[in-house]
Ligand binder design. Sequence first.
Ligand code: PMP
Length: 372
Amino acid sequence: MIYLDNAATTPMLADAVGVYQKYACQSFYNPSAGYREAQDIAKQIKEAKERLLVKLGATCGDIIYTSGATESNNLAIMGSRRNGKWEYVFSVGEHPSVYNVAKELEMQGFKVHFVGLSSTGEINYEMLASVVNEKTRLVSVMHISNETGAVNDIQRIVGVIKDKARNALIHVDGVQAFCKVPICLNAFDVDFYTISAHKFHGPKGVGALYVKNQKLLKNIVFGGGQENGLRSGTENVAGIMAMDYVANQIDILSNYNKVQALKACMVKILSENKNVNIFESKSPYILSVGFKGVNGETLMRALQDQGVIVGMGSACSAKKSGNRILESIGFSKEDVKQRIRISFNSFLSEQEVAQAGKTILKVYNEIWEKVK
Ligand code: PMP
C-alpha cells in the first residue's frame, strides 16, 4: 500500500510509541497533584513547552496544550470574542474547524467578513485590506492550505492588518506548516498559532495553541483551571510528551528537500498525460490534481484497489458536495469534482512515488477509455 494522504494524517513515528508508553504506564501521574512524582511531570511539560516555543521561533508567549487543531482553533477564535460591535475576518480557504466557528459567530450576530482566494490559492491580499478596519477584533488565516498546498504570506498579511487595525488580533492555523517549513513567530508577530501532532507523525488527539498574550484570551471550557485556566482538563501527558519527542526528531530542511523531489517526481509523471491538470502550489507536501472527464471519487476508489491511497481534499469535508475553497480559486463545479489530493511524507521513497504516479495514470486511462 502506498499512502499518499498525509495531509489528512500521518503514521506515528514508531520511536514515539516508547515515549508514549513511558508517560502512560510508568510516569503516569496527574501533573496537578502535589507529590514529587506528579510535580516532576508538571516540570517536564513546562520544559516541553519551552522546546516548542523554540521550535516555533518565539521568544515570548506561551503554549496551551489542547486535544488538537480543532480545539486550538476554537479556543483562539471563541476565546478572543468580546461583547460589542466587533467584526471578524476569515479567508474562505479555512478548514471547517475555523470556517464553521466563523459561521457560528455570524449566527451569534457578529459581523463576519469572508475574504476570497486569488488564483494562486493564497488569500486575496487586496480584498483583505479592504475589509479590515478599527472594529476588527480578530483575523484568522491559515498558513498553508490543506486542500491545495498554497502558502499564505503571513508577514504580508500581518502588515496589511496592522496598517488598518493596530489592535486586531491575528490567528494562524499552522497545521500544514509546523514541522514542514521553518517557522519564526517572532518575525510573523501573530497572536495565536495552531498546531496538531498527528500531521507531523505524532499521536492523534493532541495539539497546541501558541498564545502571545494570555490576558487577551478567555477560556471556553470550565473546570479545574489547568493550562493557566485557559484549558481545563487533565493534560494528555503521554500525547504531549510524544508530540514533543517527534517535533524534536524532525529535520525540517532535509525533509523539505526530500519531499520537494518526491512532488517533482509525481508532477513529472502525471504531466505526461495532457488531460491531467496540476495545480501549482508552493508547499512540496500537497498536490491538487484534476483528471479530465473522471470523477475524483471514482478515481480514488479505483486506486485503493490498486494499492494507492489518495485524498479528496479535507477529509473532514470530503463528504460535502462542492468545495468552497477550490471554487473560490476559480475552478468550476465540474473541475472540482475531477480533483484528488496527493500529499506526501518524508518517509516515502522516490520509487514508491514513481510507482504510485504510474498506477494513477494507468487507472485514470482505464476509466477514461470507458467514459469518454
Ligand atoms: N486545520 C487544518 C489546516 C487541517 O488540515 C486540519 C486537519 N485536517 C485541522 C485544522 C484539524 O486538525 P485536528 O484533526 O487536529 O483537529
